[in-house]
Structures are given as structure tokens and as C-alpha cells.
Ligand binder design. Structure first.
Ligand code: URA
Length: 269
């Protein structure tokens, strides 16, 4: 019987890596601060007076496909990655002092996105909260601290990833963004994703998942399944803020994180 020493060694390395992630995950999962105590993140629905959003003709429409297996290379539509940082800056410039929807009126600043323009993993949240609006960076509050831990639990640093939101301005009172606000702003999100062309996009929560998939299904139905966004693997999981309020879901999130890790490993550069 012929043996395959190269393959066996690779398998052993992979098994050791998985064991390390498992131990890290168990350790993090067992700690009181991952996914956190049951302390609540304030989420105060507030109703704003709608004003008409200006017309916009930007970006791509959502595209979803179930069960892609390992994602192929980003499709031909993806913008060549010569200088993704510069291309992202161009999109930010085009956004300008955006007043395309009513969210501009209560924001302190636009929270465009943060991280590596060449990231292999991009996280997409819902919209900036109070801290993000103050600092101009996504996920820097309590949910962000948890996201940092989630990222580290699969052997990455925040700086290795790119983090952004469906809407770039803080909805007043941290309310859920309205459909028309998401429609206008997601055009910028799609362009960010096309430029970065990561291996995996992780949608945090139902707002990001539904926006990227163009479906209204609940996050509990969307997570745990394989999806594609324009040829890129899309993993949907619970939002870290939800996880802070519902720590029982940490096992599910851990599974989703392992799925991300295995897609990245299967597509190692
Ligand atoms: N929640 C989000 O969805 N995005 C942030 O940037 C912060 C909290």
C-alpha cells in the first residue's frame, strides 16, 4: 500500500492547528468575558422623521448562492487589487460629506471602515454606535472588544482584517437602520467589498446578512449555511452585541468562526 508522507505531514499540521483553535475556543468560550456577561448593550429604538434620500447610482446588487463549498477566486467583476487602499480612498472621497439619507443629520462623523485593504477576511456590521460615531472607527465599543476576541480566537489580529458596516452613519439612539437608508449606503459597502476582494466575508447579524443576501430570512436561519456574495464565501453569524446579551449563542458563533478559519486555510496563499 503506497503511503503519502507529504499529505500525512500536512494533515498532521492541519490537525494540530485545528486542535490549537479548539483549545483557544474552549478557553475563550469558558472565560466570563467571551462572549461576555449578560450585560446589555443599550439598543433604544427611536423613530426619526423620514426625509427623502437623494438618488444614487453606485455599486452592485446583492447576489446569493447556497452551498458553494470553497469559494472560487473572486469573480471577474472584482476590481484588480493593484492598490486597493487607493481605490478605497477614492470611494471615501466620492462619499464626501454624504447627505444621501436622513442619517447624516444626527451623526458626528462618517465611519467608513477600518483595517487592511488587502484583508482576506472582511467583517460587516450593521451601523456605527455611539463610540464609533465619536471615534470614526467601526466596532470600538463593547461589541467591538468582543469582535477583537473573536478575531484573535481564530489566530488573526484585527489589523489582518477589514471591518465596516452596512450604513456608515450612526442611526440615532442606535435604532436599526431603515430599509431606504441601507439601500442607499450599501452601494458603498458593495464597492468596498469588490475592491478588497477577500476570501471570506463575515456578516455580523441579520442586517448585514440580509443586505448581502438580498433576503429577509432571520439570522438563525441564515447562519450555519454556506453562501456566496459575488463568488466570495459569505459566513453569516450573530452580531457580537447580540452575543453579549445572549451568551448561550457563543457555541454557534464559535462554529461559524471555525468555518471561516477552514475556508481561509483551504485557500491559503
Ligand atoms: N455595531 C455595529 O454593527 N457596528 C459597529 O461599528 C459597532 C457596533
Amino acid at each position: 500500500m503506497g503511503s503519502e508522507p507529504g499529505r500525512t505531514a500536512a494533515e498532521v499540521r492541519r490537525a494540530l492547528r485545528e486542535l490549537r483553535y479548539l483549545l483557544t475556543g474552549l478557553q475563550l468560550g469558558g472565560l466570563a468575558d467571551w462572549p461576555g456577561s449578560a450585560e446589555r448593550i443599550a439598543h433604544n429604538p427611536a423613530v426619526e422623521n423620514p426625509t427623502s434620500g437623494g438618488p444614487i447610482s453606485l455599486g452592485a446588487s446583492p447576489l446569493e448562492a447556497e452551498d458553494p463549498g470553497v469559494a472560487p477566486a473572486p469573480d471577474g467583476e472584482a476590481i484588480l487589487k493593484e492598490d486597493p487602499g487607493e481605490l478605497l480612498s477614492e470611494v471615501r472621497t466620492e462619499m464626501g460629506d454624504c447627505r444621501r439619507c436622513r442619517l447624516h443629520s444626527a451623526r458626528k462623523q462618517i465611519v467608513f471602515g477600518d483595517g487592511s485593504p488587502r484583508a482576506r477576511l472582511v467583517f460587516v456590521g450593521e451601523g456605527p454606535g455611539f463610540e464609533e460615531d465619536q471615534q470614526g472607527r467601526p466596532f470600538v465599543g463593547r461589541a467591538g472588544k468582543l469582535l477583537d476576541k473573536m478575531i484573535r480566537s481564530i489566530g488573526l489580529e484585527r489589523e489582518d482584517t477589514y471591518i465596516c458596516n452596512v450604513v456608515k452613519c450612526r442611526p440615532p439612539g442606535n435604532r436599526t437602520p431603515a430599509q431606504d437608508e441601507m439601500e442607499v449606503c450599501s452601494a458603498f459597502l458593495f464597492r468596498q467589498l469588490k475592491i478588497i476582494a477577500p476570501r471570506v466575508v463575515c456578516a455580523l447579524g441579520s442586517c448585514a446578512s440580509q443586505t448581502l443576501l438580498g433576503k429577509q430570512k432571520s439570522i438563525s436561519l441564515l447562519r450555519g449555511k454556506r453562501h456566496l456574495w459575488h463568488g466570495v464565501s459569505l459566513v453569516c453569524t450573530y452580531h457580537p452585541a447580540y452575543l453579549l446579551r445572549n451568551p448561550a449563542q457563543k457555541a454557534a458563533v464559535w462554529e461559524d468562526l471555525l468555518e471561516i478559519r477552514s475556508i481561509l486555510d483551504a485557500n491559503a496563499p
